[in-house]
Structures are given as C-alpha cells and as structure tokens.
Ligand binder design. Structure first.
Ligand SMILES: Cc1ncc(COP(=O)(O)O)c(C=O)c1O
Length: 402
C-alpha cells in the first residue's frame, strides 16, 4: 500500500462541486478584489474564532507582519523592541519580527507539547521586551492561560500564530481569540486550506483592526487617500469564496483528524484515549491538571528505543494539523517506512537559529530545540486517511528492526 504524507487533491475532492460553484460565482460576478466574498468570509471567520474583527490577508506571513506593523503605527512597538518567540517555530514567525526591525528573543519550548514554555518566558523578559508570540504548533494551543497572565503582569502584547491550529481551544476559547491579535494561514495544507495563498488577522481591538485593514490596501481606507505607507496584502475574492465553502466543513474535518489520531494512539499504545479532555492519563493519575502528561511511548519491540507520541495538554483540544512523533533514530525509521511505501515528513529539519538566513545566530545553543529538530517526524495525517491506511502505518512502525 502506498500512503502519501498528504494528498491535497484527495483532501479537497469531497468539496469539488461546491468549490467549483463558488469559483464560478466569483468569475461571473465580475468583482474580483475586496468584494462581498472577502467581507462575508471575514465575518464568518471572526464568528468562528469568537473574535470581534477579522481582516482577510494574502498569507499567514503577511498577517503576522501586518499586526506587528500596525502596533508600530499605534506607537505600541518601536524598532529594536524585543519579541519573545519559541526557538522551534516555523521560520515565518521569526521573519515577521525581523522584517519589522524588531528583535526575536528565542525561548526553548516545552518538550511535551512543543509549545512555548511559560516558565522560560519569565526568564527571557528584559527592559526591551514588548510582546510575546506564542505559536500554536502542530495543532494545539500554547498554554495561553499562563502566557496571558505573564503578559498582563509585564504589560506585554500577545500575538498568536494560529497557522496550524484552526479551531483548537484553550480553556474553551478558540485559537485566534486568546491574545491581543492573531495571525492565520490558509495555505492549502492547513486545516482550513485555500487553493492558493491566503491568510487573516483576528482581533478584538477596533483600532488595530482598522489599521491592519488600511495597511493591507496600500495604507488606504478610501481610494487615493493614503494614511500609511501600506502594502498590497489583500485576500483574494476567489480564495475567500473557496474558504467559505471549506469553513462549513472544518469542524467535521477536525473530528476526522482526531479520529485518525485516535487510531494512531490505539494502534501504538493500546489504551483508552479522550480527545476532548486531554490525555487519558490526566484524569486517572495526574495530580496537577495544568501540566501535560505524555502518552506512553510506543514500545517498538524491534527497535532500540520507544517512539515518543504526541502529548495533549489538559487545558484544551488538539486539532491534529500534524501527528508528530519523536525518535533518536528518526532518519533510519523514516527510510524504513518509505521502503514500505509510507511517506512521512519533518516539521522542521533545521531550527531558525541554524538557518543560513540567520547566520548571526548560528553559534547560539538551544539544546531542546536542536534535539526536537533532529528527532521529530510527522506521520501521514489528513481528514481523508482511512483506518486501513493508519493501521498500515502503525504496523510498519511496530515492524521496524533495530
Ligand atoms: C507556524 C506557521 N506560521 C506562519 C506560517 C506562514 O503562513 P503562510 O504560508 O500562509 O505565509 C506557517 C505556514 O506554514 C506556519 O506553519
């Protein structure tokens, strides 16, 4: 059996007819830029996240950049200010900070959840710290209760990077409504994926919303009247129409992803598991329900050490954008799975501080992040994966020889 890591066409095929109708509607409307589809999607995505405002943007990176840029316009940030960000994030989070001439302060993540570790945030705060950028990596939220408490105490702005966590919750509130502002990516591989580039900003702050809305449109609310030195980062009308179709099915797709995860857990650790209320071991044995408990690692009887499975934090739900596992012999295991026709992927192979683009940081040491980048790999994950396919993956893992 050949099992692709992620098949975009298969993910979209249940919606082909509706997407084609939406595309045709836009084509025939004659309104292609900032029209009724963008406006309707903005309202629907704001409602979904539970936030007051949504501004459609051309990509997730542009959304991150424009929030920071707007805070600069508002006088809340200035060049040289420090922004705390997880050292293991995708490069886009960091690019948005350096692109605004702000200074990223890399902080090691919590090894259990791969998200910002609140205990380490406090140690990283200096006189120049003005913001925290929690990235809800792989499909679950950072510990926003604790992060917001730290931000409040130190008077810091909080910008969520929600690219990988559409619909994930933290203390029953959705990603996108957990800080002062949030950036979303609708890149085709995301849980809510467009058929091209797309993104959004959500916020409850009317002033920020107003400035981001102008910035994305040449700095203008009114044609030929420019308030800011803006950019053209508008969400396409066509993508908005497609996103409106797929948003109707997002919760259903999330349930399918969670079912796939459940099959993985069942196949690899043979134990009862609750997706909505955190790791099953929480309820039974964990004395501090605020700290995540890792799943029992998958034994891998023929390999040198067990496979580390994802941990679900007790404060929220996991929407399984990715199913990320960890093993010291990652490359060998991936190669053996590939030989069995099972495609896996790495998120991510090189940490930002080791990238050529940031060569000034190459000598810095972040041992937890470096270990993560050396050991993680992602198993096939999508709403269209079947139980037989998942079983073939787990069987393949259990058969791997040392
Ligand atoms: C965590 C994270 N932040 C930001 C982005 C950037 O989103 P986009 O690709 O839409 O620019 C991504 C996309 O992969 C991401 O995974």
């Amino acid at each position: 059996m050949q099992i692709p890591f992620l098949d975009y066409k298969a993910v979209n095929s249940p919606y082909f007819a509706e997407i084609e109708a939406a595309m045709s509607r836009v084509l025939r409307s004659g309104w292609y830029v900032l029209g009724p589809e963008v406006e309707a999607f903005e309202q629907e995505w704001a409602d979904y996240c539970g936030s007051k405002f949504c501004i459609g943007i051309s990509s997730g990176l542009d959304a991150l950049i424009l929030i920071l840029r707007a805070w600069k316009e508002m006088g809340k940030l200035q060049e040289g200010d420090e922004v705390i960000v997880p050292a293991n994030t995708y490069i886009a989070s960091i690019l948005s900070i350096t692109g605004n001439r702000l200074v990223p302060v890399l902080v090691e993540p919590d090894l259990a959840t791969y998200n910002l570790d609140p205990d380490r945030i406090v140690a990283a705060i200096t006189d120049k710290t003005r913001a925290i950028l929690p990235v809800h990596l792989y499909g679950q939220c950072a510990d926003m209760g604790r992060i917001n408490a730290i931000a409040k105490k130190h008077n810091l702005l909080v910008m969520e990077d929600c690219a990988q966590a559409h619909g994930a919750t933290c203390h029953s509130k959705r990603a996108g409504n957990l800080g002062h502002a949030a950036a979303h990516s609708f890149y085709p591989g995301k849980n809510l994926g467009a058929i091209g580039e797309a993104g959004a900003v959500t916020t409850n702050d009317p002033e920020l919303a107003d400035i981001v809305k102008a910035l994305r449109n040449y700095g203008s609310h009114k044609k030929y009247h420019n308030l800011y030195k803006g950019v053209n980062n508008r969400l396409h009308e066509l993508q908005a129409a497609i996103l409106r179709v797929k948003l109707k099915y997002l919760d259903e797709d999330t349930k399918k992803r969670q079912q796939v995860a459940r099959w993985y857990f069942d196949g690899m650790e043979h134990s009862e598991y609750s997706m909505e209320h955190g790791a099953r071991s929480m309820a039974k044995s964990e004395p501090h329900a605020s700290s995540p408990v890792p799943h029992a690692p998958c034994p891998m009887p023929h390999a040198s050490s067990p496979l580390n499975l994802p941990t679900i934090a007790p404060y929220g739900s996991h929407v399984f954008h990715l199913f990320v596992v960890r093993h010291p012999e990652r490359d060998r295991i991936m190669a053996e799975l590939a030989a069995k026709g099972i495609q896996t992927s790495i998120h991510y192979p090189i940490p930002p501080h080791k990238q050529q683009a940031y060569k000034e940081w190459n000598q810095l040491s972040f041992p937890i992040s470096e270990m993560i980048h050396e050991q993680v790999f992602s198993l096939p994950m999508s709403p269209v994966l079947t139980q037989d396919e998942v079983q073939a993956v787990t069987q393949g893992i259990l058969e791997i020889q040392s």
